[in-house]
Design a protein around this ligand. Structure first.
Ligand SMILES: [Zn+2]
Ligand SMILES: [Zn+2]
Length: 290
């Protein structure tokens, strides 16, 4: 499907700059006035979701990809609850380990470069590890039983973004974060900025609205590029924040204005219906993968 000129250009071109500005203002305020970092991340996440949720309700890209009462109540809600708990535990775990084992201002050569450069380095490092795990999760059958859950919905909207197996969340939010934050020596403020940008990109990546950012698609994975990753017939865009690893490893997909025709699994019958919450969670533990 090819996109025409946007019907609501203000929303198409203005939403991401507004989100980026709100994020930058919140991060600057938190560092400047030493606000509680967890509270700022929580408030920022809530504001981001409210903005993009409103935009996709006012200007959906495709009605057939929109959230319905049945999809929210019958499928998404338990995953959203589980994701909130797992992410809180993972973040708290990383904070506890970091606080007990790392100097407050970071360590090593990276801790001496500007804080934004530290955060950018952390994002590139986080995404390299996620890229490796994510690509394996699409090819190793046992891991696909975990990760395929995120690909089971045939719609793409902001709240379905939490349809994830908790194992995936533990890998991304705990294991990978801990490895990067403990080994690079970046400061806690740089880690805080990296986590906020990660959250922003992951949220905008699932919005069912015609949001466009032009050449920025070659720098950050977002709404236009993550869509290809959810298309049943395409293989690419395994990164979640920066585009560099998909570009380097030849898996980057982006054709301005082209939108996939359908989302979901190539063979939906091969996976438990994600509305069966317990069956979907237990799927990786069931009989040996073929
Ligand atoms: Zn995937
Ligand atoms: Zn996704």
């Amino acid at each position: 499907m090819e996109l025409d000129r946007p019907t609501r250009p203000l929303l198409t071109y203005g939403t991401y700059p507004v989100l980026a500005f709100v994020t930058a203002a919140a991060l600057w305020s938190a560092v400047r006035w030493n606000l509680d970092r967890d509270a700022v991340i929580g408030a920022l996440t809530a504001v981001t979701i409210v903005i993009v949720f409103s935009v996709e309700r006012v200007n959906p890209l495709q009605d057939r990809w929109s959230m319905t009462k049945a999809s929210l109540l019958g499928r998404d809600l338990p995953f959203i609850g589980l994701a909130v708990v797992v992410e809180q535990l993972a973040t708290a775990g990383v904070s506890v380990v970091a606080a007990s084992t790392m100097p407050r201002d970071g360590f090593g050569p990276l801790a001496r470069i500007p804080i934004l450069a530290q955060a950018a380095f952390a994002l590139v490092a986080l995404d390299l590890l996620w890229y490796g795990y994510h690509r394996a999760a699409h090819t190793v059958s046992r891991l696909w039983r975990v990760h395929g859950l995120h690909h089971a919905p045939s719609q793409l909207y902001v709240l379905m973004h939490q349809v994830f197996h908790p194992f995936d969340l533990l890998v991304s939010r705990f294991v990978i974060s801990l490895i990067v934050f403990k080994t690079t020596g970046i400061s806690p403020d740089a880690a805080f900025i990296a986590i906020a940008v990660l959250g922003l990109q992951q949220t905008v990546s699932h919005v069912n609205s015609d949001l466009r950012v032009g050449k920025l698609n070659y720098v950050l994975i977002g709404t236009e590029t993550h869509r290809y990753h959810h298309a049943a017939q395409e293989r690419g865009n395994y990164s979640s924040v920066v585009a560099i690893w998909d570009i380097v490893f030849g898996t980057f997909l982006y054709e301005p204005r082209r939108v996939p025709d359908a989302f979901g699994l190539e063979d939906p019958a091969s996976f438990p219906d994600p509305r069966r919450f317990h069956a979907a969670l237990a799927w990786p533990l069931r009989r040996a993968a073929v």
